[in-house]
Design a binder for this molecule. Structure first.
Ligand code: ZN
Length: 65
C-alpha cells in the first residue's frame, strides 16, 4: 500500500510506502519540510502538513550550512 499525498504548495504529489507515514520529507519544489500523512483507504490525495523546520541534528540538514 502506498501513501499518495501532495505538498502544501500544491506543486507536487508523492507516492511513498506506508511505512514512511509520520516521517519528514522535503519538497524539492518549495523546499518545505512536511510530515508524511497516514495512508487512507479511500485513495484520495492528502495534503501534507508542513513540519516545523528544526535546526540541529536532523539527518536531512547535514551539510547544508
Ligand atoms: Zn512544496
Amino acid at each position: 500500500m502506498t501513501i499518495h499525498f501532495m505538498c502544501c504548495c500544491g506543486a507536487k504529489t508523492y507516492y511513498l510506502p506506508d511505512k514512511m507515514a509520520g516521517s519528514k520529507v522535503r519538497c524539492p519544489t518549495c523546499r518545505a519540510i512536511m510530515v508524511t500523512p497516514q495512508p487512507t483507504n479511500s485513495g484520495q490525495v492528502v495534503i501534507a502538513a508542513p513540519a516545523e523546520e528544526e535546526h540541529g541534528d536532523q539527518q536531512w540538514s547535514e551539510g547544508e550550512y
